[in-house]
Write a new protein. Structure first.
Length: 340
């Protein structure tokens, strides 16, 4: 009762999705702070190495629903199972990935249970809230933190009255960490017939077309990223040239994407993707807080900028003051001449 729950998505390879593993790590920390258990919900068919994936992250209980009709994700049966499970278990916190699946499922669950839901969170904390008007102080609330007004402010949202406190969380903003390699939990089977009905399965998937993701900057070890200071889409080609030479991927700030210099899938920051590469090369990026939030945990940061007072320089391990149109070709030439 009143534990922390994480809904786990299933990939095409029948594994737990990265965003769900990240949420399990964060859920473990929240559960420890509250002194409760961490429970995971897995709905699908056959999932590979289920317990080996989840127990080391600190999951105490896995609720598994197995049925061939439950994979791939289908809205109605998944909603029915999660709603009925929550009515039975009464969690105080429920976390979902801010993915196409999570954004479909979580609002339906929240609406059915008549509880609050905060979308696209970038941080989660435990705290208290004082309602001066009502003369109440609420303890052990989930602070659901997310950018608002186009990323210009950071909002902290609480749901003091309703349970569970629900949030969807962006992929990459939480770090997947092993809690205990030897941690063991309990696997509980969900009675699919009890928690669903025939109406839930009226939709049949006749055909599926799956395309590989063309741009994947989240898992790139090296990222060459550009801001509005790059100047043009043509100048962005120099970033692609450097990335190709050193085996990296190309990222961009929101301003660069809005300017048409790069695709939206390459956007890094609070309103884009959060990354943690081994090397992050920031080209023509001023370093607004919205962008820094998406890359500040990079292992090594190099800034290339004509403005020596740019905020990004304070975050960088190395700063090159100069025109990227002159610097990048020299970096490419030097790397090709000195690499094996």
């Amino acid at each position: 009762m009143n534990n922390v729950f994480v809904y786990c998505e299933i990939t095409e390879d029948q594994l737990i999705a990265d965003v769900s593993l990240e949420l399990c790590s964060k859920g473990r920390k929240l559960a420890n702070e509250l002194g409760v258990n961490l429970e995971a919900i897995v709905i699908g068919d056959e999932v590979k190495n289920l317990e080996q994936q989840l127990y080391p992250l600190g999951v105490d209980v896995i609720h598994q629903a197995k049925d061939a009709r439950l994979f791939p994700f289908s809205t109605l049966p998944h909603t029915s199972i999660v709603v009925n499970l929550f009515k039975q278990e009464n969690p105080q916190i429920a976390l979902f990935g801010a993915t196409s699946v999570g954004r479909d499922l979580a609002p339906r669950v929240a609406s059915t249970l008549r509880c609050g839901l905060t979308a696209d969170c970038t941080s989660l904390e435990i705290g208290e809230h004082e309602d001066k008007k009502a003369g109440k102080t609420y303890q052990n609330l989930l602070y659901q933190i997310r950018p608002a007004f186009g990323g210009n402010i950071i909002a902290t949202i609480v749901n003091p009255e309703t349970r569970p406190q629900m949030a969807t969380v962006r992929e990459g903003v939480m770090k997947k960490e092993v809690f205990n390699e030897n941690h063991k939990g309990i696997l509980k089977s969900i009675d699919v017939k009890k928690f669903t009905n025939d109406v839930d399965f009226v939709c049949e998937i006749i055909n599926r077309q799956i395309e590989q993701q063309k741009i994947n900057i989240k898992n790139a070890g090296i990222i060459v990223s550009g801001g509005y200071g790059v100047g043009s889409k043509d100048n962005f080609q120099k970033l692609f040239d450097l990335a190709a030479a050193i085996g990296g991927e190309v990222g961009a700030t929101r301003a660069a994407v809005d300017g048409g210099f790069a695709e939206p899938e390459r956007q890094i920051g609070q309103t884009g993707v959060t990354v943690r590469p081994k090397l992050y090369i920031a080209c023509g990026i001023s370093g607004a807080v919205q962008h820094r939030a998406g890359m500040e945990e990079s292992a090594k940061i190099i800034s290339i900028n004509t403005d020596e007072k740019a905020p990004i320089n304070a975050l960088a391990d190395y700063t090159i003051i100069g025109d990227l149109n002159e610097v990048l070709p020299k970096m490419i030439k030097y790397y090709r001449a000195n690499s094996k």
